[in-house]
Design a protein. Structure first.
Length: 476
């Protein structure tokens, strides 16, 4: 009897309970994964597919859509962040600055060594040839920012990655050291190591890389460790004698100290001596400090391309910290600013954000909420082009793992992905699609693992999602 009644009862359930429109993706729920998904058109609001759209789940790096949208609304696409060199000292007749030289960090998420070199050249053009004082890096806006994730806290002592870089308004090179590894003159000789930024490394280096014959493969492994004397880059492995130089990146233990060491090396390379070494500071320069050099970073619309395309955690969290009005902001303050922005979006609903990067595993939002954000940006003509440009098309996106599905999915979708593996597996996707007839739609899929489903691959999510979206695109 039950066998006869069950199909009838299933027919009475709302379509959303059965994963309407997501017939392939909904099978993940049967395997024990928590899913929130929604796809709908923007012209008339028609929902094409839905599974637990209001369920609060971890979005991982889809969180970066929030900081990107909030930054565009706050500052506009052409906004730039400025880094300055200032001093209260005077430059004497011999070109010696009589006083400390202060680098005032302006919170530029993409400040790099080339920008510091431009500051140094402008200083030389002012006639400065030496500094009778210290080089002081001021991170008064924010930094050092308290770590609130396991990876970032561990990064204070050692790091085997770049995604957990620590945060400062005066950070350079995305808070990471870069070393060039080149083969030695013949097999058996040590590899040659140099800094990507200052030629001579500004950190200690433990070179454990050997040069091997041309028919051998290059294999490199690196770790940054920190002791009483600062950071040391430990690089192990081998490099083929005929191979090109390889770049190795690892996050630094203190981004403000990294900036100070990098800028000091560039000053010395330009022939500007610094008598007092370097220091870092959490206080603002005096009001009467004079500007000696300044460099504007890239416009916000260009920053967002890297933040979203490469899912750059350092940039996303620096941008979110900049959104806080008061100095000495924490990531919790930045998350609260993003929450206030999101709660003003029509139809968004509840959320919890502790960071803009999504590294904080406590972040929670819903598919319905992310789609509300996507729709809001779509309806902002002056901001939408800069926002959507940061998303990837599967056919030519920089992340090759998204190149799945057929031509329809490849060519008709723009998306942002998010990935976490600990403490649970997270695979999240949000973005836009266009139907065969040219209608715009938004979609978000949040898939979270549980203790009983510890492993989740991208193919498990993207393959069924591509099939479901292709059906939706073709049907409208």
């Amino acid at each position: 009897m039950l066998r006869l009644v069950l199909p009838f009862l299933l027919c009475l359930l709302p379509l959303t309970a059965l994963g309407a429109g997501f017939s392939h993706l909904s099978r993940l729920a049967e395997e024990g994964f928590a899913i929130g998904a929604q796809a709908r058109l923007l012209d008339d609001g028609e929902v094409l597919g839905e599974i637990g759209a209001e369920r609060q789940l971890s979005p991982a790096s889809v969180s970066k859509l929030y900081v990107s949208a909030a930054a565009l609304q706050r500052w506009g696409p052409q906004h730039t962040f400025t880094t300055r060199l200032v001093s209260i000292g005077d430059i004497d007749a011999d070109g010696i600055l009589q006083g400390d030289l202060v680098m005032e960090g302006g919170g530029d998420p993409a400040l790099v060594s080339e920008d510091l070199w431009r500051l140094v050249q402008e200083l030389r053009q002012r006639g400065v040839r030496g500094i009778n004082g210290q080089l002081v890096v001021s991170q008064w806006r924010f930094g050092p920012v308290e770590c609130i994730t396991k990876d970032r806290c561990q990064s204070r002592d050692r790091s085997a990655n770049t995604y957990s870089a620590l945060l400062s308004s005066a950070g350079v090179n995305f808070g990471s050291w870069c070393m060039k590894v080149a083969p030695g003159p013949q097999p058996g000789s040590p590899a040659r190591l140099s800094s990507c930024d200052t030629v001579e490394p500004t950190t200690d280096v433990d070179n454990q890389v050997s040069t091997v014959a041309a028919d051998k493969t290059t294999e490199l492994d690196a770790e940054r460790v920190t002791g009483n004397n600062g950071d040391t880059m430990v690089i192990r492995g081998r490099i083929a004698v005929d191979d090109l130089p390889r770049s190795v990146y690892r996050s630094s233990s203190d981004p403000a100290v990294q900036s100070a060491q990098t800028l000091l090396a560039l000053l010395e390379q330009a022939g500007i001596t610094v008598d007092g070494g370097y220091a870092t500071s959490a206080t603002a320069p005096p009001p009467n400090a004079r500007q000696l050099a300044a460099v504007d970073g890239k416009p916000l619309q260009e920053l967002l391309l890297r933040t979203l395309n490469y899912s750059n955690n350092f940039m996303a969290d620096i941008l979110s910290l900049n959104l806080v009005e008061t100095p000495r902001a924490s990531l919790a303050d930045a998350g609260a600013a993003l929450e206030r922005f999101a709660q003003e979006l029509p139809g968004h609903g509840p959320l919890r954000l502790l960071s803009g990067s999504g590294l904080t595993t406590e972040n929670r939002t819903s598919a319905l909420g992310v789609n509300a954000l996507l729709e809001y940006m779509y309806r902002r003509p002056s901001l939408f082009p800069s926002f959507v440009a940061g998303l990837q098309s599967p056919v030519n996106g920089v992340m090759r793992f998204i190149r799945r599905g057929g031509d329809i999915f490849q060519d008709h979708v723009m998306l942002k992905t998010g990935t976490l593996n600990q403490p649970i597996s997270v695979r999240s996707v949000g973005g836009y699609f266009r139907t065969q007839s040219g209608r715009w739609g938004v979609f978000t899929v949040l898939v979270n693992g549980t203790a009983n489903t510890p492993y989740l691959s991208w193919s498990q999510v993207l393959d069924p999602l591509a099939s479901d979206l292709e059906e939706m695109i073709l049907s409208r």
